[in-house]
Design a protein around this ligand. Structure first.
Ligand code: NAD
Length: 491
């Protein structure tokens, strides 16, 4: 923690002014204690951001609770108009938001722009949904009355987001919650607070009323969230992050029966069957695996290839991996940026050591890159030993592991042999086979002949230890609504 010498409450990055304070009850608080935000491509401190504590989090919840009744009473069209205004402002600030995202997350600027566009699309999707939340009307089953089913917002919600998609995660959660009429306390990740701050500034400038949106940055996540979770005014937690923290939050939600949505870790199988278009599969596997330097919950964790095409696929995949250019995300020629932190980069090196110690072969990469920042070579292993614990660990790293199988049935068995169930992928030229295999994969989402599939119209989420609930599609706003019925006597 350091003490900030300026009281301006903002930092200027590449000519963009970004707030560094906590945002509570419609205002940016004066900054007292701070923590450093580091550019992972250089290791340089780029900003010092307000370090909130449990007291600040309670103040944010006070504001959210106080604004809840008036926010839910805002007519849908008026709420939708606010969303449209925010969407237009977001688009105006596209360059600033993408550049700050690259600075603090390290992801290549083209990827940051892609994430920006997807986030704006999600926000627009919600804007279009807000005025179309309907109920139902039915006759009582034995006559004499009618049943009207309506919805009400769950109530003040805590939204906790990770660093790997610093805009998408906040826009996706906040859009759904606010659209449903919930007020929110957003807790961003300490590695990437500035992107979320820009997003909240957009909502402020668009005219979202005080208390409806509140933002906390903190290095004391456990304290902040356990304090808010224990407060009976909180009615919902929506979390994206690791399965371990998700499980802790579910325990904290249990005593007060707090509604919970969880987007957690993954161990994605990427299945290439014997009749696959091998070139397409290799190209899509590269995109899927090395986007965000492998730090994505939906990244293929195990590439499972039929023996009939394993040699051809592996040769091409390694060739394409070796062509990837690693470096600073502001360099247009770069495909893969840095790992988020020195600690995480050292974790990647440990995973390489663990994989090297089992029955496997390192085909390319395997080492940190000796330069400023936290870079690691795109790495590929073939692995023969499927039973080692490291084979089902979420790698979350630029490490691809290839497993060979001899039949479709074996591919499905290996794919499902994990406690996770987020995203899976299947490559085949036979559509009916693709559907049959997809139906048997224990996952919330399946990409068929494609490695990238997030979309505002799709219900994103996982099964098993990968989570509860869905974000996006028609289900997203429902996650923040409670159905309620009225039974009315009709003679
Ligand atoms: P993480 O669980 O360490 O952190 C996620 C968020 O939780 C951060 O804001 C962090 O500050 C906060 N946090 C940490 N400890 C906490 C605690 N005790 N109580 C409350 N909050 C706490 O995860 P991460 O390292 O930031 O992100 C990587 C993980 O997120 C991976 O497992 C990845 O698969 C998962 N993820 C899942 C999705 C999805 O949609 N399913 C998307 C992105 C990332």
């Amino acid at each position: 923690m350091t003490t900030l010498t300026t009281t301006s409450g903002t930092v200027t990055l590449r000519d963009h002014t970004v707030p560094i304070g906590l945002y509570i009850d419609g205002g940016w608080l004066p900054v007292e204690s701070t923590f450093d935000v580091v550019n992972p491509a250089t290791g340089d401190v780029i900003a010092q951001v307000a370090d909130g504590g449990a007291t600040d989090a309670l103040a944010a919840l006070d504001a959210a609770a106080a604004a809840q009744d008036s926010w839910r009473a805002v007519p849908p069209r008026e709420r939708a108009n606010l969303f449209h205004r925010a969407h237009a402002l977001l688009l105006e600030r596209a360059d600033a938001i993408a550049e700050v995202m690259t600075l603090e997350s390290g992801k290549p600027l083209a990827e940051a722009r892609g994430e920006f566009q997807l986030s704006a699309d999600f926000f627009l999707w919600y804007a279009e949904q807000v005025a179309h939340i309907h109920g139902t009307y039915a006759e009582g089953s034995r006559g004499g009355y009618r049943v009207i089913t309506t919805h009400q917002p769950v109530g003040p919600s805590l939204l906790i987001t990770p660093w790997n998609f610093p805009l998408l995660m906040i826009a996706r959660k906040a859009g759904a919650a606010l659209g449903a009429g919930c007020t929110v306390v957003v807790k961003s990740a300490k590695e990437t607070p500035l992107t979320g701050a820009q997003f909240v500034k957009v909502l402020h400038d668009a005219g979202f009323p005080p208390g409806v949106v509140n933002l906390i940055h903190t290095t004391h996540s456990a304290d902040v969230s356990s304090t808010v979770m224990a407060d009976p005014r909180l009615r919902k937690v929506s979390f994206t992050g690791s399965t371990g923290v998700g499980s802790t939050l579910l325990k904290q939600a249990a005593p007060g029966i707090v509604n919970a949505s969880m987007e957690l870790g993954g161990d994605g199988p990427f299945v290439v069957l014997d009749d696959a278009d091998v070139e397409l599969a290799a190209q899509q596997a590269i995109l899927n695996k090395f986007r965000n330097a492998g730090q994505a919950c939906v990244a293929a964790n195990r590439i499972i290839v039929h023996s009939a095409v394993a040699e051809e696929f592996t040769r091409r995949f390694v060739e394409l991996t070796r062509q990837l250019r690693v470096g600073d995300g502001f360099d247009d020629a770069v495909d893969v940026g840095p790992i988020i932190s020195a600690k995480q980069r050292d974790g990647v090196a440990s995973l390489v050591a663990e994989l090297s110690a089992i029955d496997s072969e390192l085909l390319t990469g395997g080492s940190p890159i000796d330069r400023d920042g936290y870079f690691f070579e795109p790495t590929v292993f073939t692995v023969n030993d499927r039973d080692n614990a490291v084979c089902n660990k979420e790698l979350f790293a630029p490490i691809a592991t290839i497993y060979t199988v001899d039949s479709t049935a074996e591919a499905i068995r290996v794919a499902n042999d994990t406690s996770y169930g987020l995203a899976a992928y299947v490559f085949t030229r036979d559509l009916s086979r693709a559907i049959a295999v997809s139906e048997r994969l224990d996952s919330g989402m399946v990409g068929i002949n494609r490695g990238i599939m997030a979309d505002p119209a799709a219900s994103f989420g996982g099964v098993k230890s990968s989570g509860l609930g869905r974000e996006g599609g028609h289900h997203a706003i429902d996650e923040f609504l409670e159905p309620k019925y009225l039974a009315i006597t009709v003679d």
